[in-house]
Design a protein around this ligand. Structure first.
Ligand code: ADP
Ligand code: MG
Length: 334
């Protein structure tokens, strides 16, 4: 028998308190049930804090399955912690729901739980209200004091790297918004990466000791690299053709139905460089660290590719293409 109604307190106890007891990440001193949670930050660590809101119809289509909403709301926050070189410890969940729905809450919690088991993190509190569907998660992580990976640390001469490949989530979004059937496994993979990105937390935590700056790719690789360069007062020479892009964008037969403005191989590559939501890490490091970085990436189980060099001159220039200046076209809410 499905449960048809529950008040706020029963809802929190049934879905969220049990979830927080089922999956344990970092220890907390006092969790769900009091006016505030209590945690202890170990000596020698700093607390990294981030929050992200997902609004129905803005950040995900209104018909997105609850599992994917729960999964992604947490994933985007853990990705921010990865980009700071912090290990996820705790999170809070503020949920605004149009009405009580047991199947919806079960699916949502299953999405959260799947990722919490993959990347251990403890749910320690939140808020539950009624209104248009929106989810805000605040995630907290621990990083050795003074060792966080900031955006402002890139120095001229540093190498520029990206993890994994970019463009999959952009392809996935095209498939969803244009209602194209993803019957090929390569397209299915792209769509899965849109809905269930796996944040690069093992890599991010390992890079703390070696990278000079880092950001997670949420707006598009060029736009996010631009954020590092602006914060660091630097520019970059990059080799656009070296950037690993979504396998779906390398196959002309698959590119055609996606209706890219320019469906040529160069156009597909440009699309990958400005498509967001991949949650890869873009980071810089002194060239002395190359061997170490490749070893750390291998340990973390993710590929990393070097595709450029930080320069003193502002702007991003494509060396493989006669040195033309690239303008990042990322996403902005306003
Ligand atoms: P208050 O009125 O003091 O803000 P609430 O009734 O909002 O308390 O919350 C009761 C407890 O349940 C608090 O510990 C709060 O952190 C927790 N909580 C509320 N909503 C959620 C949620 N969506 N996920 C996790 N914990 C929650
Ligand atoms: Mg409250």
């Amino acid at each position: 028998m499905p449960v048809l109604y529950m008040n706020e307190f029963a809802l929190i106890a049934t879905y969220f308190k049990t979830l927080s007891e089922r999956v344990l990440g970092a220890r907390c001193d006092l969790g769900i049930g009091d006016d505030a949670a209590l945690v202890t930050v170990p000596l020698g660590k700093q607390l990294a804090i981030t929050a992200d809101t997902l609004v129905s119809g803005v950040h995900f289509p209104a018909d997105t399955v609850p599992f994917d909403i729960g999964y992604k709301a947490l994933a985007v926050n853990l990705s921010d912690l990865a980009a700071m070189g912090a290990r996820p410890a705790w999170f809070t969940l503020c949920l605004t729901l149009p009405q009580f729905s047991d199947p919806w809450l079960q699916g949502f919690c299953a999405g959260l739980e799947t990722l919490m088991r993959e990347i251990p993190v403890t749910l320690i509190g939140g808020d539950t209200t009624r209104g248009p569907l929106a989810i805000t998660i605040q995630a907290m992580g621990l990083v050795d004091s003074g060792c966080a990976l900031r955006r402002d640390g890139a120095k001229p001469g540093d190498d520029i790297f990206v993890s994994g490949c970019v463009g999959d989530a952009g392809v996935g979004l095209r498939l969803v918004t244009q209602n194209i059937a993803a019957d090929k496994s390569i397209l299915n993979t792209a769509q899965l990466r849109l809905n269930r990105p796996l944040p690069r937390n093992a890599l991010g935590a390992a890079l703390g000791a070696v990278a000079s700056s880092c950001i997670d790719v949420s707006d598009g690789l060029l736009a996010d690299l631009g954020h590092i360069l602006n914060a660091s007062g630097t520019g970059a020479d990059i080799d656009v053709s070296a950037v690993p892009i979504s396998p779906a964008l390398l196959d002309p037969a698959l590119v055609a139905p996606l209706n890219l403005v320019d469906g040529s191989p160069q156009g597909a590559r440009r699309f990958a460089l400005s498509a967001g939501d991949d949650y890869e890490l873009c980071f810089t490091a002194h060239p002395d660290k190359r061997v170490q970085i490749m070893a750390l990436a291998q340990q973390a189980g993710v590929s990393v590719t070097r595709f450029g060099t930080v320069t003193a001159q502002p702007g991003i220039f494509d060396l493989a293409n006669g040195g033309v200046m690239l303008t990042p076209a990322g996403y902005s809410h306003f």
